[in-house]
Design a protein around this ligand. Structure first.
Ligand SMILES: *Cc1c(COP(=O)(O)O)cnc(C)c1O
Length: 393
């Protein structure tokens, strides 16, 4: 029997699944400071700087509001949906993976009449078809995932944003995987609500939803949504009015972490960070291909933050992941829904979007696969990754 008073032994892992990824040490350190009460005058700088830093990270306009909601990233998605629609409103959702299904579920739970535009897993939704649906019969809200972690596919958003702007339809985008890993141009693509998390490409732990709201979305928040805690009109008012803050909402430790994560991201520079993610996935993919493995999804639409690999015939999907974890301390992940058992997902996010992490996962995977009788040329994967990493992009 386990002694409940024994210290929890947290094993050291290289987190290269679909998230969380390994946080920046500086973020964890920032979170270790004593929390502040939200009405402490010293907290004002924390709130103001977070608004400023998140606006920059989301490339949002000067009138957008950047803030955060305590909870998993999906708390931010749910807050947005609950606060922008009334029961019976039509919500148009683009679905090309698991997180598109989540948007449908959230909208349904809040009473929406959900209409969907679907794409097969492995490709994005046709942006023109989605835009056409918006123009023909404008919904109250259009919602779509920018980069769906379940399929590793990137959704083009410009045409969709344009249609939303022309028709005054609000556009909600799940940017949980994409922010910090590839371009998320909230103002340029007319995104009204963008939601991210710290745990994918921003170098922090899970537990905070980072958000950006356009002035149009701010003006259309429901005064009495069917949620109290996730009511964005309340959250935004509270965030913007220090005098009324009161001591509540004391998730300042998460906000310390978010602030440090964003400082690191903006200090590196958004474009350098996107280039780093692109370089890491190029090296990983060259290695995977050289090992004789096949990747999943339409090549031109693949995101640089996660790589989907088809499980070879006769190889035990679960066994490989377990062996990689136990013998190498590396986590890669299984897939959802129609891809379950058929695909592994390898993330190169945040601190792990770098050559050393890519080399480590490739050599671990090679060793595990070889031990299970998969015929491959030893060393081919890491050699190919090395060769690609030495080329100019
Ligand atoms: C991880 C992820 C989420 C959910 O994040 P949680 O913090 O677990 O709620 C939502 N959307 C996408 C695209 C993700 O990758």
């Amino acid at each position: 029997v386990r002694d409940p008073l024994a210290p929890l032994e947290v094993p050291r892992r290289l987190l290269m699944g679909s998230g969380p990824s390994n946080p920046e040490w500086r973020v964890l350190q920032a979170m270790a400071a004593a929390p502040l009460a939200a009405d402490d005058p010293a907290a004002a700088e924390l709130f103001d700087s977070l608004t400023d830093l998140s606006r920059q990270a989301f490339q949002a306009g000067p009138h957008a509001h950047g803030f955060a909601v305590a909870g998993a990233s999906r708390a931010g998605l749910e807050a947005a949906i609950a606060s922008l629609i009334e029961p019976g409103d039509r919500v148009l959702v683009g679905v090309y993976g698991h997180f598109g299904e989540l948007l449908c579920t959230l909208a349904e739970r809040h009473g929406a009449q959900v209409e969907r535009v679907d794409a097969d897993w492995g490709q994005p939704v046709d942006p023109e078809a989605f835009a056409q649906r918006i123009r023909t019969r404008p919904p109250r809200l259009a919602a779509i995932v920018h980069a769906d972690t379940s399929t590793g596919i990137l959704q083009p958003l410009e045409a969709i944003g344009r249609a939303c702007r022309e028709t005054n339809v609000l556009l909600l985008v799940d940017a949980v995987l994409s922010l910090g890993g590839c371009e998320v141009n909230t103002s340029g693509w007319s995104i009204d609500v963008a939601v991210a998390g710290l745990q994918k490409c921003l170098g922090g732990p899970p537990g905070l939803a980072l958000m950006s709201l356009s002035s149009a979305a701010l003006g259309r928040l429901s005064p009495r949504p069917d949620t109290a805690y996730l009511d964005l009109s309340r959250v935004v008012h509270w965030w913007r009015s220090p005098a009324e803050r009161g001591p509540a909402e004391m998730y300042t430790s998460m906000l310390f972490g978010a602030r440090e994560a964003l400082r690191i991201v903006l200090d590196e520079g958004l474009e350098s960070r996107w280039a780093r993610h692109a370089a890491a996935s190029r090296a990983l993919r060259a290695g995977i291909d050289a090992m004789g493995l096949r990747r999943f999804g339409k090549e031109q639409s693949q995101v640089p933050m996660i790589t989907l690999v088809n499980v070879p015939d006769g190889i035990d999907e679960v066994g490989v992941r377990q062996q990689l974890l136990v013998e190498h301390g590396i986590e890669i992940m299984a897939a959802f829904g129609p891809l379950r058992g058929r695909v592994w997902r390898i993330g190169t996010m945040g601190t792990n979007a770098c050559l050393p992490s890519v080399m480590t996962v490739l050599s671990g995977l090679e060793t595990v696969l070889a031990s299970r009788g998969f015929g491959l040329a030893r060393g081919a994967g890491v050699d190919a990754a090395r060769a690609v990493s030495r080329q100019r992009p």
